[in-house]
Design a protein. Structure first.
Length: 201
């Protein structure tokens, strides 16, 4: 009885971690609308040969004291990076990441769970742990040196680069959550139908 409760608790903790890490990605679709709007401004501004769109007195993070076509152009790239890094954990939770379906569809649920556990443990977690660490140093350097655009676009580049360690930590949380959930399904008294329901398959 205690073992069953422990396994159930492991599954619940895993699901809680997966759900928490997926929250930013769940609202990532809003970034797509913003990105489309920014691209539209960039295209229209380029057609009319616009340079500086607005200026103001007080410096605000990322933009400084002006909004120019250069900063709009740079913003497109950074919004896309933000979308990718914040949505990765959501894709992992919803099982929407890339996998070789031709092979995985032939395996049983238990085999797929073991493949996911071992893959997450030996590939996903080490990769994103390294990425989180080195991207943190990357962001810290940008902050220490006051890095900004050489073309007169966006300032405070550390805000943009901070997306890398944040996204990596979200993927680590999602990876740990998925490992715990899958181990709970593997060692719990769940038949394949129950595991399929839990995984949404």
């Amino acid at each position: 009885m205690n073992r069953r409760l422990n396994v159930s608790a492991v599954t619940k903790v895993g699901n809680a971690l997966l759900n928490a890490s997926a929250i930013p990605g769940r609202y990532g679709s809003i970034l797509i609308l913003i990105l489309v709007f920014v691209v539209l401004i960039s295209v229209v501004g380029s057609q009319f040969g616009l340079g500086e769109l607005f200026t103001w007195d007080t410096s605000i993070p990322l933009f400084g004291t002006k909004l120019s076509m250069t900063s709009i152009g740079e913003l497109q790239w950074h919004l896309f990076a933000l979308l990718v890094m914040l949505s990765g954990a959501y894709a992992l939770k919803e099982d929407r990441h890339i996998r070789v379906d031709v092979m995985s569809d032939r395996f049983s649920i238990r085999t797929r769970l073991w493949i996911d556990v071992l893959g997450d443990l030996f590939f996903l977690l080490p990769f994103f742990a390294l990425l989180a660490w080195y991207s943190f140093l990357f962001t810290q350097n940008a902050y220490n040196f006051g890095e900004q655009s050489n073309a007169g676009g966006l300032i405070d580049r550390y805000l943009v680069k901070a997306v890398l360690p944040i996204g990596s930590v979200l993927m680590l949380i999602a990876g740990v959550g998925r490992i715990l959930r899958n181990l709970g399904l593997l060692f719990g008294r769940n038949n394949e139908d129950t595991a399929s329901k839990e995984l949404g398959q």
